[in-house]
Design a protein around this ligand. Structure first.
Ligand SMILES: [Zn+2]
Length: 249
């Protein structure tokens, strides 16, 4: 009796986390479409034709399920809109199923949503926005410090180390390979990541991220998916390393 009640409650938490993840996906989709295009944040628009979305179309899952004649245009639901909602929904549910409900899990979930936003703008526009990394870094230092007040310096130190390593790598890269090896957005992203995972986690994040990027570049060069010297978004790989570091507590 007691066991089944506990199980029911646990399942309830996991489902709630999944729904919250989908909601986080709606917010990430909205910001990913409007932030790179506008100085001011405006309502979500269709990625195909830029008309404002009807209120229920903000939820990509609803838009995909609704008949076309109810929708405001014929573009159909974007793959990204659906992918972000489904990925964040599954990820939030997985976090709660795996780690239970705690402030730590809440913080990791919020960081994950911010990192997904970085991945989307980096892939779609080759841009990592200051409007994401600056507030993200501040939020990371504050929330990590609230979780463990005596460790406040670890998050500031992590931000400083991440930023410095990428800044130096960018200067060296420009000397060796010319312009655009590592963008300013990448440097600020490394700073935000350092604030999220701290001085102890930043090494892990950078090593995993660089390894993943290295493997991807090797495969892409061999299969001729990209040519030598071509730019590719480094952000998603850093984010991958960060997520590994975040759940490694
Ligand atoms: Zn449209």
């Amino acid at each position: 009796m007691v066991m089944s009640q506990q199980l029911e409650m646990a399942i309830g938490f996991v489902i709630t986390a999944g729904v919250l993840g989908v909601v986080a996906g709606v917010v990430v989709n909205w910001l990913a479409t409007t932030l790179p295009a506008a100085v001011r944040v405006r309502p979500a628009v269709c990625q195909g034709c830029q008309r404002p979305l009807l209120w229920w179309e903000w939820l990509g899952l609803a838009r995909a399920a609704a008949p076309r004649r109810l929708q405001g245009c014929d573009c159909g639901t974007g793959v990204r809109q659906l992918a972000v909602e489904i990925c964040l929904g599954l990820w939030f549910a997985t976090l709660v199923a795996w780690r239970g409900v705690s402030w730590q899990v809440v913080v990791v979930a919020i960081f994950s949503a911010i990192l997904v936003l970085v991945v989307v703008t980096d892939i779609e526009h080759r841009r990592i926005l200051d409007a994401v990394t600056y507030p993200g870094a501040v939020l990371a230092v504050v929330s990590n410090t609230l979780l463990a007040p005596r460790t406040w310096w670890q998050w500031l130190a992590g931000a400083a180390v991440g930023y410095s390593i990428f800044w130096i790598a960018g200067v060296v890269g420009r000397r060796l390979f010319g312009q655009g090896a590592l963008g300013g957005g990448d440097v600020k992203l490394a700073g935000m990541i350092g604030a999220m995972v701290g001085i102890l986690g930043i090494w892990q994040a950078l090593v995993f991220g660089s390894l993943a990027a290295f493997v991807y570049c090797g495969v892409a060069l061999v299969t001729k998916r990209v040519g030598r010297g071509e730019r590719f978004p480094f952000g998603p790989f850093m984010v991958l390393g960060t997520v590994v570091s975040l759940v490694w507590w």
